[in-house]
Design a protein around this ligand. Structure first.
Ligand code: ADP
Ligand code: MG
Length: 675
């Protein structure tokens, strides 16, 4: 580092705060954004509503005090073609500290209105004479994360010097065949492309390669460890590709999606191998995970082994039991339901212990002491994020090293961490069955509530079924909340929804009653189902295509997405209406996100962004803070691809495994110091 121009002990200490100690660190300090100076807008042609980048001189700047303690920095810019204002809400101090008249600066942001066109809180960078020159050459400049005392200009200069010193001699760590197949640029080109790109596309391609390379390095290490650790074979063997599986596949009433086929392939591959499966199946709400999991259960049954299928709620367990029975009974397999409240619990226990039942569906009752299995070969855990690690472990101990398949609709950092640390394999299903139309989601302002219920009534009269969800938390509903739900239910049933067949479902109902209500809804006897969040997970009634969520902003984002996942299961267009005025800006943002995004992966990402890194802390502690380019949430799919490649590259018979030891991302190695 000391060999780079202008880095003495003082600046070295500042750089260390950014985690930059070696030349390698410097090269792995990636830009967080780019200043695209190829298309700067002259001030004269700035239009409200557009996103623009401008370079201009600051001609005046002042601090405006607003009501409360807020203040605003308001500055005027000029570039010879015209003038423009820029405002910095809540940051009035900038008027004096940063925006000195006479200085030039780069601004990028959206043009709003504030006494005429005005850039509102743009991102900015103060410029020196030499920056102006590179800007006028129309370059794309990297914008790095900074710390006090270190400027963009310094970092740009040092990074370029480091690139010149290191890039020419940089080894190519990826196998040539892989780089070609993935369409990746060579290592040196990628490094240059991310720091000094010729186009935004080149920057994106470069970054994609670097992310992949980092994940591949991580995954090959893990795979090697796993090969060492997993020398312990399972106690039983599965019969993959047997008669039952063949009959089951012939019986499935629709074609599997490509994602489902890949997932089944992964799972059957695991079960055919000698060591127990430990796999997490991640797929958005409605992607068809249950059917995939059933393949595993049928394979187990083919080999005379039992499956325990665990769901987080009684309602969901009951529904699964019904679905599974429908598909498995024709194969001569017996499914029983074992929950704390289910009728015939004694018989279910007996059938599980004697082996009469091949599949036992249930809630956490499955791992309680009393529950015993004859020969448990497979454990399936649905909505795994609802269970604690300890609960899951208990169930797994009910058999001699059973295979374990966990399913989740939410990409959760903790499970990803597990994936990354190699305890679990991951399959991501990023596809919904064909014919689904995305759920149209709308926020309904308070004045329109009546119109909304009017719409529900009309739709119901035309044969559509609807859910009305009220924000009470299952299991912890206080008596008064239940009363509130009951009151609301009777008011709506007697008022706007009068004449419709309505039903009521909440956690406090006795199980048989819950079951009866759910069956009636499934059969279409109930048109509008009022419910708490008991229906949050898994419930599948394709004819229900309308959902109203009361006080929607009281729910978390992922929970809202799960709830919404109850509709959009049939081929008819589905709608989700969000009621209630948000009480906080975060609440409003959640609703906006939900209206905008339909993919669970986007939602999970937004959720993490909004809730901050707190949620990610578990991952940080696990040591993943070392990741430079990759983000386990954002890059889940690349992670999956990297894992597949790593498996191939670490296999004993792999002909060309590349030279990953030379990768810049390998923590123990460092780039050669520049001469
Ligand atoms: P989730 O992944 O949320 O658990 P489910 O397993 O409940 O999703 O499946 C949702 C619905 O999609 C079910 O009604 C199921 O029968 C149906 N389904 C699953 N796979 C397919 C497919 N390949 N084609 C059509 N429908 C499917
Ligand atoms: Mg499900």
């Amino acid at each position: 580092m000391a060999s780079l121009p202008g880095i003495g002990p003082g600046r070295a200490a500042l750089l260390a705060r950014l985690g930059i100690v070696t030349v390698r660190d410097l090269l792995l300090h990636f830009p967080r954004a780019y200043r695209d100076c190829r298309e700067l807008t002259p001030l004269a042609s700035v239009e409200p509503g557009e996103r623009v980048s401008v370079v201009a001189e600051i001609t005046s700047s002042r601090q405006v005090r607003l009501r409360g303690r807020q203040s605003l920095a308001l500055i005027t810019l000029a570039d010879g073609t015209g003038t423009l204002q820029a405002s910095f809400f809540g940051r009035g101090f900038l008027a004096r500290s940063a925006f000195v008249p006479g200085r030039h600066a780069f601004f990028t942001g959206r043009v709003g209105q504030y006494n005429g066109p005005c850039l509102s809180s743009p991102e900015y960078e103060l410029l020196e004479e030499e920056d102006l020159q590179s800007l006028r050459q129309g370059r794309i400049l990297p914008a790095y994360p900074l710390t006090e005392g270190i400027t963009q200009r310094m970092l740009r200069k040092w990074v370029l010097a480091a690139l010149d010193a290191v890039a020419p001699g940089l080894a190519e760590p990826l196998p040539g065949e892989l780089a070609e197949r993935m369409g990746f640029p060579p290592a040196a080109e990628a490094l240059r492309g991310v720091h000094a790109p010729d186009s935004p596309e080149a920057a994106a391609a470069a970054r994609r390669r670097l992310i992949f390379e980092e994940l591949l390095v991580l995954q090959t290490d893990i795979q090697r460890q796993k090969r060492l650790l997993r020398q312990e074979n399972r106690a039983h063997t599965h019969r993959v590709g047997g008669e039952l599986l063949r009959r089951f596949q012939a019986e499935i009433p629709f074609a599997l999606t490509a994602a489902q086929r890949r997932a089944v392939e992964d799972i059957l591959g695991d079960m055919a191998g000698p060591t127990p499966m430990l796999r997490l199946l991640q797929g958005d709400v409605g992607s068809g995970k249950t059917l995939v999991a059933l393949h595993a259960a049928v394979v187990a049954a083919d080999g005379g082994l039992q499956t325990a299928f665990m769901a987080p709620t009684e309602l969901l367990a009951a529904q699964h039991a019904l679905v599974l029975e429908g598909l498995l009974a024709p194969l001569g397999l017996r499914t029983v339901l074992l929950t704390g409240a289910a009728e015939g619990r004694g018989e279910a226990h007996r059938a599980a212990a004697s082996g009469d039942a091949q599949v036992v569906v249930g809630t956490h009752a499955l791992f309680q002491d009393r529950a015993a299995f004859h020969q448990l070969g497979l454990v399936i855990i649905d909505e795994q994020h609802r269970f604690g690690v300890a609960q899951r472990e208990l169930l797994v101990r009910k058999g001699p090293r059973p295979d374990v398949l966990q399913m989740s609709a939410t990409p959760i950092p903790r499970s990803l961490a597990l994936t990354v640390f190699g305890r679990m394999d991951l399959t991501v299903m990023d596809e919904l069955p064909p014919g689904r139309t995305p759920v149209t989601t709308r926020y309904i302002p308070q004045g329109k509530t009546a119109a909304c219920y009017d719409h529900v009534r009309k739709q119901a009269e035309e044969g559509v079924q609807a859910y009305v969800v009220c924000p009470l938390i299952e299991d912890s509903i206080a008596k008064q909340d239940t009363r509130a739900l009951l009151t609301h239910f009777s008011e709506l049933s007697a008022g706007p929804l009068a004449g419709l067949r309505t039903g009521l479902l909440h956690g406090r109902l006795p199980a048989p009653e819950k079951d009866a209500v759910m069956r009636a809804f499934k059969r279409g006897e109930i048109q509008v189902l009022f419910s708490t969040t008991v229906i949050e997970v898994g419930i599948d009634v394709p004819n229900a295509t309308l959902m109203v969520i009361e006080n929607a902003s009281e729910f978390g984002l992922t929970q809202l997405h799960q709830l919404r996942g109850r509709v959009g299961r049939g081929t008819r267009p589905s709608f989700c209406f969000l009621l209630g005025k948000p009480r906080t800006p975060e609440g409003r943002e959640r609703l906006e996100t939900l209206c905008k995004c339909s993919s669970g992966f986007d939602i999970a990402e937004a959720d993490l962004r909004m809730r901050g890194p707190g949620e990610l802390l578990g991952v940080r502690q696990a040591g993943l803070s070392d990741l430079r380019a990759a983000d386990l949430i954002r890059d889940a799919r690349l992670l999956d691809a990297a894992r597949r490649e790593a498996e191939r590259l670490t296999a004993p018979d792999c002909a060309d495994a590349g030279n990953l030891a030379d990768s810049l991302f390998r923590p123990q190695s460092d780039a050669p110091a520049p001469a």
